[in-house]
Design a protein around this ligand. Structure first.
Ligand code: CUK
Length: 520
């Protein structure tokens, strides 16, 4: 959330184990302050805040693979990647030609080749002021990022504002919820229509067009752009009408359904993924893909699954989790008299995202559900006008949901995912050839320095590089002298081989502080 970072919590203790700074700056580790982190942040190194929304781990064949976590910064239109072997951010990309990256998910099958990123707001294109007063010319795009290089693969122009996104278990389809089909520029203007839509992308068709060179570009950008607007009538997109300003979109772990959450409608819409090929072939109409539209309560935002056929939808206005059965909802849609709602559980209060253990993969195990409640109000001791949020843990292993823990958290846990510990095996020490420090090693080589041994000051005009080793609590150098006006870079090699013996370097009155882990 607004802290711009990612936090790792244990389940079921809900204890916070670690923080990974991403879009924020971090005083404890020097993230955002050190040269290496600024290089990783690249063109946005000067932006010191962010609004992190949707963390999702890379997958192979629909299972978490423990390699990367991707996350968006809605505020500054960025996407970052965290390397799970060291639990550090290693790439960051500002998405071009769009504004406010919101929904983010990964391609699940055959593996995470792409990261799918919605840009939410419609803006003039190019955004240089020429169409400022002509909103009819605004548009936004669906953005596809290459997961390995973290560079843009292509962009697809769409109608409406893009909210959330998810991908299927075949690799061919992704889908985004869209609101503002009215294409208004004020809040009131964008809520008039009773139905907006889910836009479905044929990723294979997009890839084919890009490969064949059948695309355009915007302004100075070289990123391939495909036109997926309704009026273009292309092979890239289909627009499925769903009730009103849909918000979350969630793929069921059996790969059968997309579930679009109604937000301003009390319903969610269940779409059969195996009907999408026929839709793209023109054999059926858009609404023929809808197999259920259960009414759940007020403000459905996001849905999670237990792998036993049940779905759990957050009701923002009602402050509840609604447990419902997907097959029963389909029967009801087909006219059978069946109560698809299994239970409603109060949560405290105003839940946004929820997630089940392993629930966004084929391995949904139906043990726990976490509800990220945006208000805690009276649940904890008062800490002033700003209260903590409340991450609630719910046991879903039995027939009934049971609330088992309230966890206060600092602003603002927006979304989460729950990964079994066996999927993630971080290193205990840094390795000396880690790519994060490539440029430092190159510079050292140029300077004739052996990082593991040398303690030396290199003067290069006004640029001074200070190389030193460290084994806590000492440094390889007790002092060094520089002149006022020098640009000084301090490079420290931590020789410690002992797990958890990290060392710090700070310079008072200079705002310099960094953490250097063992073998870093
Ligand atoms: S999403 Cu981002 S503001 Cu994660 Cu429910 Cu609405």
């Amino acid at each position: 959330g607004h802290s711009g970072e990612v936090r790792i919590l244990g389940i079921p203790s809900m204890r916070e184990l670690m923080r990974i700074p991403v879009f924020n700056i971090d005083s404890a580790t020097g993230w955002g302050l050190t040269d290496e982190s600024k290089q990783i942040k690249g063109d946005s190194a000067d932006i010191l805040c962010g609004d992190a929304h949707h963390p999702h781990m890379s997958m192979t064949d629909g299972h978490y693979d423990g390699k990367y976590v991707f996350i968006n910064d809605k505020l500054n239109t960025r996407v970052a990647r965290i390397r799970c072997d060291v639990m550090k951010t290693d790439k960051m990309l500002t998405i071009p030609n769009v504004q406010a990256i919101h929904g983010l998910r990964v391609q699940k099958v055959p593996h995470t080749k792409y990261v799918f990123c919605n840009a939410e707001f419609r803006i003039p294109q190019p955004n240089d002021g020429r169409d400022l007063y002509d909103p009819s010319k605004y548009f936004t795009m669906f953005n596809v990022v290459d997961a390995e290089s973290m560079e843009m693969a292509f962009q697809v122009i769409v109608d409406g504002n893009l909210d959330n996104t998810d991908a299927d278990y075949t690799g061919r389809f992704a889908a985004s919820t869209c609101y503002n089909s009215e294409e208004g520029v004020t809040l009131a203007d964008s809520m008039r229509n009773e139905r907006d839509w889910l836009v479905v992308y044929d990723i294979f068709a997009c890839e084919k067009a890009v490969k064949a060179g059948k695309f355009t570009t915007i302004g100075n950008s070289k990123v391939p752009v495909l036109d997926g607007r309704k009026k273009a009538n292309s092979k890239f997109t289909k627009y499925i009408p769903v009730p009103k300003s849909p918000h979350g979109i969630n793929t069921s772990p059996d790969g059968e359904y997309f579930v679009a959450n109604g937000k301003l409608s009390p319903t969610v819409t269940v779409i059969a993924i195996n009907k999408l090929a026929d839709l793209f072939d023109g054999k059926i109409k858009e609404r023929d893909t809808v197999v259920a539209e259960p009414e759940l309560g007020l403000g459905p935002l996001h849905t999670a699954f237990d792998g036993r056929g049940n779905a759990y939808t957050t009701l923002f206005i009602d402050s509840q989790i609604c447990k419902w059965n997907v097959k029963d909802a389909i029967s009801a849609y087909n006219g059978k008299k069946v109560n698809y709602i299994k239970q409603k559980l109060d949560v405290h209060y105003q839940p946004g995202h929820n997630h089940t253990t392993m629930g966004e993969t084929r391995d949904a195990d139906g043990k726990y559900l976490v509800s990220l409640c945006k208000f805690s109000k009276d649940r904890f001791l008062n800490t002033g006008p700003l209260k903590p949020e409340n991450d609630q843990l719910i046991d879903i292993s039995g027939d009934e949901m049971k609330l088992v823990h309230d966890g206060p958290t600092y602003a603002e846990p927006h979304d989460c995912m729950i990964v079994h510990r066996s999927m993630v095996k971080p290193n205990k020490l840094w390795t000396r050839d880690d790519p994060i420090f490539e440029s430092t090693r190159k510079q050292a080589k140029k300077d004739g320095i052996t990082l593991e041994r040398d303690n030396k000051v290199i003067r290069d005009g006004k640029k001074v590089r200070v190389y030193m080793t460290s084994v806590a609590p000492s440094f390889g150098m007790t002092d060094f002298k520089v002149k006022q006006g020098d640009e000084v870079t301090v490079i420290i090699t931590n020789l410690d081989q002992v797990e958890d013996v990290t060392h710090g370097f700070a310079l008072n009155q200079h705002g310099v502080s960094m953490e250097i882990g063992p073998q870093q």
